[in-house]
Design a protein around this ligand. Structure first.
Ligand code: B12
Ligand code: SF4
Length: 492
């Protein structure tokens, strides 16, 4: 039996990201590693520095570090006395922080073996292994490798194992090592208020969107857990932790229709609400699916449209999404009373300013409940990265710079500054204004609340619609005309 500590590092963010509530979800990857290690008789502790120090902010390398401080982390390592410490880095822009935590571990005891895994060390393995605080780098999926390292006592080098073929053979994530109650914040900006947690039902996506880095981690072959295995996990979550809502964090949960529909049927029977905060691929769905999703407890959906211009979507983003279909399905989702959130990306090499404005018009037209307008981050080894680098569009850009609000690409058409100003402009463009809901949805929302809560909700609605009718807030038609004038100004 060996003692292994698994660490989720603090997160580095841009100061501008601190405006809203930050998402904080359980480190599912580490929990999968923990259960694999425990199956082999090892003792494991999980330290989520981001969650444990959620309210702590410190300056770090010109950014803000959110999470526990070094002294507190060192103290916890001293208390557990691990022989191995695994550090996760699933974000490119958190690489410097993850390496810093390896240094903290070595500061406690140089004899502890540090292991780093996740997409950052997978892509930058040769560079990361040269860091004197990092002993072992794991490429790609971690369950088999971490067990091999600890069992064999591997103390240095790059470890790379084949993928687990049958995901049903993996034990469920060791959620008893965290406190699920600590993760009940407004995850990804959405929750219906029930006790929730995240579940992963598949790994990998076969599509070739030019900006996406998923295949670097999982390849383009999708491996699915069986519907039965997924439903068993959810039923266990309900029994053990009283979970009433599930957030599916798959890249593409609806890819295999038959399996997806089986999961929907099971969710309905389990009476659990659900959502897809990481996005659902609209091009894999039809109207019938949307109906089944609503009936099975889906209350909110994030949808990845990326662009509102078909030419950009097809030829530059290379996402197989038809915008007419996207419009139709979005209306259907809204008609079913499901909340909508849309993800968009602007600033692709080859995109024109006018095409970027089409994306804003499209986002506006859909009247989503929430719009996530992001600038393109050229993740290493993706198609957009290769093209932008070849054409000198991202000079001097490092992994640390690939944060959500930071534009780094400059083309003949636009500068990073222009892209940033468009992102900032989304609040003037009223993209996130409240949608006028159909009466059937309003009634359902009122009657699903009881007593006092229903009364307050009706009052809030009356105020909102009163302001709109009284002319304090522009009506939809007026808003569009005003926005169009604003957009035209942005072109210059
Ligand atoms: C949950 C989640 C979060 C959670 C993080 C929770 C956590 N600590 O894990 C929260 C809400 C905090 C979050 C935030 C963001 N996220 Co996020 N998130 C995810 C999501 C949906 C699931 C992660 C997960 O659990 N995967 C499942 C597990 C099994 O995989 P895994 O974590 O990669 O772990 C495996 C391997 O990587 C490896 N491994 C991992 N760690 C270690 C450690 C060791 C020692 C070893 C040996 C192996 C190992 O083994 C694991 C098991 O096989 C992914 C998408 C996805 N499906 O992966 C996006 C994803 C990671 N997020 C992404 C992004 C962009 C963001 C945000 C910028 C979004 C935003 N606009 O705010 C922020 C940034 C946060 C920040 N500044 O640091 C991108 C990252 C892109 C990149 N390559 O950098 C992803 C890939 C989504 C996407 N397709 O674009 N996110
Ligand atoms: S569909 Fe989603 S996960 Fe698949 S390649 Fe495109 S962006 Fe990546």
């Amino acid at each position: 039996m060996k003692r292994v500590m698994l660490i989720e590092p603090p997160q580095l963010r841009d100061w501008s990201e601190l405006k809203g509530e930050l998402d904080c979800e359980p480190p599912v990857g580490l929990l999968y590693l923990a259960s694999a290690l425990r199956e082999h008789g090892h003792r494991v502790e999980v330290l989520d520095c981001f969650q444990k120090g959620y309210d702590e902010r410190r300056g770090f390398n010109g950014k803000v570090r959110i999470g526990l401080g070094d002294e507190e982390i060192a103290e916890r390592i001293r208390a557990f006395k691990p022989e191995f410490v695994g550090i996760s880095c699933i974000f490119f822009f958190n690489g410097t922080m993850a390496r810093h935590i390896c240094k903290v571990v070595k500061g406690v005891d140089r004899k502890i073996t540090t292991i780093m895994g996740g997409i950052y060390p997978t892509v930058y393995s040769d560079e990361v292994i040269r860091d004197e605080s990092v002993d072992v780098v794991v490429k790609n999926e971690g369950e088999v490798s971490i067990v091999e390292i600890v069992n064999k006592g591997i103390r240095s080098g790059i470890v790379h194992n084949p993928y687990v073929e049958d995901l049903d053979t993996l034990p469920f994530p060791a959620r008893d090592l965290i406190n699920i109650d600590d993760y009940q914040r407004k995850a990804f900006g959405m929750t219906s208020g029930r006790k929730f947690t995240t579940v992963l039902t598949s790994r990998g996506c076969p599509f070739k969107c030019s900006f996406c880095s998923a295949h670097k981690m999982w390849t383009r072959k999708t491996r699915f857990r069986s519907a039965e295995n997924v439903l068993r996990e959810i039923s266990m979550l309900k029994e053990l932790y009283d979970i009433r809502e599930v957030h599916f964090i798959d890249e593409n949960i609806s890819l295999n229709k038959e399996r997806f529909r089986k999961i929907l049927k099971g969710l309905k029977e389990l009476d659990v609400k659900w959502t897809t905060p990481n996005g659902i691929a609209l091009f894999t769905l039809d109207e019938e699916d949307v109906g089944l999703m609503a009936e099975s407890g889906c209350y909110s959906l994030a949808m990845a449209y990326e662009s509102g211009n078909q030419e950009v979507l097809t030829n530059i983003v290379r996402k197989p999404l038809d915008l007419q279909k996207a419009r139709r399905l979005t209306r259907e989702v809204q008609r079913r009373g499901i909340k909508t959130r849309g993800f968009f990306i602007i600033g692709f090499p080859g995109e024109t300013k006018e095409q970027i404005l089409d994306t804003i018009r499209f986002a506006n037209e859909l009247e989503l409940d929430m719009v996530g307008m992001n600038c393109l981050r050229p993740y290493p080894q993706t198609d957009v990265y290769v093209e932008a680098e070849k054409n000198g569009m991202i000079r001097g850009c490092k992994a640390d710079d690939l944060t959500t609000k930071n534009a780094v690409i400059s083309t003949r058409e636009f500068s990073p500054f222009w892209i940033k100003s468009i992102i900032e402009a989304d609040r003037f463009l009223a993209l996130n204004r409240k949608r006028v809901k159909p009466f059937s949805v309003l009634f359902r929302e009122i009657f699903s609340r009881n007593g006092m809560a229903a009364g307050l909700y009706v009052l809030a609605l009356a105020l909102r619609y009163g302001r709109r009718m009284g002319g304090f807030r522009p009506r939809r038609g007026q808003c569009r005309a005003r926005e169009e004038v604003y957009l035209k100004r942005l072109l210059n």
